[in-house]
Design a protein around this ligand. Structure first.
Ligand SMILES: C[S@@+](CC[C@H](N)C(=O)[O-])C[C@H]1O[C@@H](n2cnc3c(N)ncnc32)[C@H](O)[C@@H]1O
Length: 287
């Protein structure tokens, strides 16, 4: 039986995850099924074909990434297509790889246009490249925190970096490439990332360029490189790589009294968390 109840939204913005169709949530799949038309931006194998089994009309937006076009114009065109379709025959779906609120500007543009045009939008999360990175690099941000920056934004604004907290830089190989030029990045551009990082980190500090697997049969690609050699590595890296910079050291406790009350392990008085006899130390690392 067909459910004729109107949906409480005109546009669903959904995340598809990183690993092909294998990280699509049930919630996202159900939502795509309920839409008249789905616009998709995801290069992973089989995603567009799978969506075609769920929705009567699927528009692959990957051709919008024409070299030489300013990225903001590309995103505006995507958002315009989605909003126009929602005005004509809602409900429609915009499906992007990863998480639709993690470095996904079309989502913001769709939300802004929808507000002006009185269209209702629902946004459903997906597994992002940041989620994948935490697993691929075995990182839990509870320990030392986490800094996340966009590479161009980092060098343009000269954002301060804390060397005692891990740092993730998205879009590093395409830094300062507003026009989606493709090909090998310019030495001057990627060189600025290296130059900027050298203001904070020693030249022999090891960082990792990561590409998380976009299919369950693939392995993540992790390439270790010293900050001093980063320019060359960024020129050779796949454009979807994320740069991970581990901390140089850990931040010492500032309030010893509080740390002792919490029985944190690095207060240096042997009064750490309770342990069973003979067990190796686990949990937050000691100084
Ligand atoms: C425009 S953002 C889109 C991010 C996406 N919305 C998400 O949730 O991850 C593109 C950036 O995400 C990161 N990224 C995307 N796919 C990745 C992958 N398979 N492995 C590592 N990083 C990835 C890279 O830093 C890339 O430059």
């Amino acid at each position: 039986m067909t459910d004729c109840t109107p949906l409480p939204w005109d546009i669903a913005v959904v995340g598809l995850g990183i690993r092909g169709i294998h990280q699509m949530t049930r919630e996202v799949e159900e939502t795509v099924r309920r839409c008249a038309k789905t616009f998709v931006t995801d290069m992973a194998l089989g995603v567009v074909d799978h969506l075609r089994t769920l929705c009567p009309e699927v528009v692959d937006l990957s051709s919008a990434y024409r070299p030489g076009n300013h990225r903001v114009l590309i995103y505006r065109q995507m958002a315009a297509q989605v909003v126009t379709a929602a005005l004509e025959s809602p409900p429609v779906c915009f499906a992007s790889y990863g998480h639709p609120k993690v470095y996904c500007y079309p989502t913001t543009l769709i939300q802004r246009a929808a507000r002006v045009l009185d269209l209702k939008v629902t946004v459903l999360p997906g597994i992002s490249s940041l989620d994948s990175l935490l697993v691929d690099l075995n990182l839990d941000p509870a320990l030392d925190g986490l800094q996340v920056y966009e590479a161009t934004d980092l060098v343009v604004r000269e954002r301060p970096l804390q060397t005692d907290a891990p740092c993730v830089l998205l879009q590093a190989p395409i830094v300062l490439d507003a026009f989606n030029s493709g090909g090998v990045p310019r030495v001057d551009d990627v060189g600025r990332v290296q130059e900027y990082l050298l203001r904070f980190y020693p030249p022999d500090h090891w960082v990792t360029l990561l590409v998380s697997a976009v299919h369950p049969l693939l392995e993540p690609i992790r390439k270790g490189v010293r900050v001093a050699d980063l320019t060359r590595a960024l020129r050779q890296a796949p454009t979807v790589s994320t740069l991970y910079i581990p901390p140089v050291g850990s931040r010492p406790v500032a309030d010893r009294e509080l740390a002792e009350r919490m029985r944190l392990p690095d207060t240096g008085n042997g009064n750490g968390p309770p342990r069973r006899p003979g067990r190796p130390p686990i949990g937050p690392r000691a100084e």
